[in-house]
Design a protein around this ligand. Structure first.
Ligand SMILES: [Zn+2]
Length: 340
């Protein structure tokens, strides 16, 4: 942990400032604190810094399903086979942003996982705070030690241990629906954006009402979905039903067994027609396997419509600049700007 991160942190207990437990722990400018403790300035709570990462998880009310969700992602991300080029392409598309939007900006990756997109934001010149609930963020340790612009924080998105109104840009891609309450997590993350700052979010989608489904924006390469909206809506609905049934079991298995269950589903994912009833249709087998695991393992997985997400943006005081286009399965996503 670098000294520069301290002014951005807020205690998860009362939102107050944090300070180093003792003056001796205070690092020099540019140095890293590997192990130590941070104390809340308003109460007696204290939080450890372990392996260079401040561990700012709330102490109370830990839901075992949240722990399992975190553990399942930590398991998965150790196996992720993607390349930096693919990560950048996906990040450009999903954040609906270009490198110029990030240069010298203070950016929060809310739910960074192993940090694929935090590294893209860093390469675009941003000062990046990468926040995650799970242990997977230790994958970013070497990068954080090497880059003065990268900071790691372990914390809960429902009570992010960060100061409000500070960030130029916050993104949370495919994460908020893995908390116990997507809407509350959205609100908590949106409050971290400063006035006129940007917010980019996408969530797992659901079929929803047909009249909302027909207005979902489609990627240009998925124009056929637009010509068969009724069929597409039915497929999405049936797929959701199958998913609910499989997940009833898969979320209760130990992660390695869930991984094994994903193998036949991943093979099915290459069969024309049938593949749309599985959870990933990525052309590469290993990526498909991982995406299926990502789908079937975490206990928390909620689904939303773009109408819900648009209403949350309005409620939080954001103007929506663009809505993310997607393929067959809805992927409600927005790029939004906070009002003054
Ligand atoms: Zn406190």
């Amino acid at each position: 942990m670098k000294l520069g991160l301290l002014p951005l942190l807020a205690s998860p207990c009362c939102g107050a400032e944090l300070r180093f437990s003792s003056l001796e722990q205070m690092p020099r400018e540019g140095a890293e604190v590997e192990d130590g403790a941070l104390a809340c300035s308003a109460c007696a709570a204290s939080y450890p810094i372990v392996s260079g990462v401040p561990r700012l998880l709330p102490r109370d009310g830990a839901d075992p399903r949240a722990a399992r969700t975190g553990a399942s992602f930590a398991y998965e991300w150790l196996r992720y086979p993607g390349t930096p080029e693919e990560d950048e392409r996906i990040f450009r598309e999903e954040s609906q942003s270009v490198p110029e939007d990030f240069r010298d900006r203070l950016v929060l990756d809310a739910g960074c996982g192993m940090g694929r997109y935090a590294l893209v934001a860093l390469s675009w010149g941003a000062h990046v705070v990468a926040l995650d609930f799970s242990e997977s963020l230790v994958r970013l340790l070497d990068a954080a030690r090497a880059h003065p612009r990268l900071h790691l924080v372990q914390g809960d998105l429902l009570r992010p241990p960060l100061r409000r109104d500070r960030f130029d840009f916050v993104y949370s891609h495919g994460v908020l629906h893995h908390t116990s309450d997507t809407r509350a997590a959205f609100g908590a993350v949106a409050r971290l954006v400063k006035p006129r700052g940007g917010l980019s979010v996408w969530l797992y989608g659901k079929a929803g009402r047909f009249r909302d489904f027909v207005t979902n924006p489609l990627r240009p390469d998925r124009a056929w979905v637009g010509r068969h909206r009724r069929l597409a809506w039915l497929i999405v609905g049936v797929r959701q039903l199958l998913s609910d049934v499989v997940r009833f079991f898969s979320t209760r298995l130990p992660p390695p067994l869930t991984y094994a269950l994903c193998l036949p589903i991943t093979i099915l994912g290459a069969v024309p027609g049938l593949k749309y009833l599985t959870f990933s249709v990525h052309p590469r087998f290993r990526v498909r396997l991982l995406e299926n695991f990502d789908w079937l393992s975490p206990p928390f997985q909620h689904h939303h419509t773009k109408e819900e997400l648009l209403a949350w943006c309005e409620e939080a005081g954001f103007d929506v600049l663009s809505v993310l286009p997607h393929g067959l399965v809805p992927k409600p996503g927005v790029l939004a700007r906070r009002r003054r």
